[in-house]
Write a protein that binds this ligand. Structure first.
Ligand SMILES: [Zn+2]
Ligand SMILES: [Zn+2]
Length: 343
């Protein structure tokens, strides 16, 4: 059984599934046993997108029956234990037991052939390869039936929900706009209609150069949000109003890689490679009336949610966003300087 259920009163959604076992935190595996490592391609479903280096160029390939591509730099395949499935039973429930089929796709993007690498360490070129491959897959997914929104995220390290430690990104499609993105879209729409301005553009203007700014590059800014729910939480926004991560130019893609690598590298130094979740909020290609200013949100997992957080939606953050920005800023600027020095 797998279905999406909506809360009695609120817009909260749950995917209820009996197809997956309990989430077991990732254990350290030797190279030979990790399904995401080169040489173990047969341990995962066949890859439908593989990036391979041929001389100086990168070529897109696909696993075929009997021939699994080796020597890849990025590898994309369906999750063996998906949370949604194209074959979900088409059953619907009525209020108050509202439910709809959990139809969708769940993909894994392996970000590097090197098991011991991390998002805080891979170089800018590889970050760009990963982002460009992710864009390809997201575009393809939006062309599939039943896909209303594509969620892209990273679970890394302790407390993040990670089940395989080999660096990877996950892509999950859902048949409706997720409640968090929907709320942002309504806020943006209301502000655009009533005041003629994007509220996210206003936030960027007000945080630029302020006490919560971490780092700023040609096209992007990273800052700790005013009401951060998590200690050291930070967000990355394109400085100009841009609705989708699918709209980036090659120059913007490389600049985003530089910013992601610098901030995640800085965070890893300050917080000793702590676990984190990273999620991309971007506008849906299907629901074009509900647009947002796309961005990345990073939540370090330093503490567990307790009664106030779970029961009242009030977060206790022991580190002020201003103090967090100061530390993350210093460390990220150091990383950035090294990167620019190297490249
Ligand atoms: Zn591995
Ligand atoms: Zn904007």
């Amino acid at each position: 059984m797998v279905e999406i259920r909506k809360d009695y009163f609120t817009e909260k959604l749950s995917i209820v599934t009996s197809e997956r076992g309990p989430r077991i935190p990732a254990k350290h595996l030797d190279h030979g046993k990790c399904a995401f490592c080169p040489g173990n391609e047969a341990m995962t479903p066949p890859a439908d997108l593989v990036l391979v280096k041929m001389g100086d160029t990168l070529v897109k390939q696909t696993d075929t029956e009997g021939e699994l591509i080796t020597g890849w730099v990025v590898r994309v395949f369906q999750n063996k234990y998906p949370v949604v499935t194209p074959n979900a039973p088409a059953t619907y429930g009525e209020y108050p037991h509202y439910s709809e089929p959990a139809i969708g796709y769940h993909y894994v993007v392996v970000a590097t052939p090197n098991h011991a690498d991390s998002f805080a360490k891979i170089d800018i070129d590889q970050w760009t390869n990963v982002l460009a491959t992710m864009q390809d897959k997201v575009r393809w997914l939006y062309a599939q039936r039943g896909v209303s929104y594509v969620v892209t995220f990273i679970n890394h390290g302790k407390g993040s929900g990670e089940t395989v430690e080999h660096p990877h990104l996950q892509i999950v499609t859902v048949p409706r706009l997720p409640p968090v993105v929907d709320l942002e879209a309504v806020t943006v729409q209301n502000s655009l209609n009533e005041l003629g301005v994007c509220p996210m553009c206003q936030v960027i203007a007000s945080e630029s150069g302020g006490p919560r700014q971490i780092i700023s590059t040609e096209f992007y800014i990273a800052f700790t949000p005013w009401a951060s729910a998590h200690a050291y939480e930070f967000w990355i926004y394109p400085k100009r109003h841009q609705t989708s991560i699918l709209k980036l130019s090659q120059k913007e893609l490389m600049d985003l890689s530089l910013l992601l690598r610098s901030t995640l590298g800085g965070m890893s130094k300050v917080l000793d490679d702590c676990g984190f979740n990273l999620v991309i909020h971007s506008s849906s290609e299907k629901n074009t009336t509900k647009q947002i200013h796309w961005h990345v949100e990073v939540y370090p997992r330093l503490s567990n949610w307790a009664g106030l957080e779970l029961g009242a939606g009030i977060f206790v953050n022991e580190v002020s966003p201003e103090a967090a920005a100061e530390k993350l800023g210093a460390a990220s600027r150091k990383e950035l300087a090294q990167m620019v020095g190297i490249t």
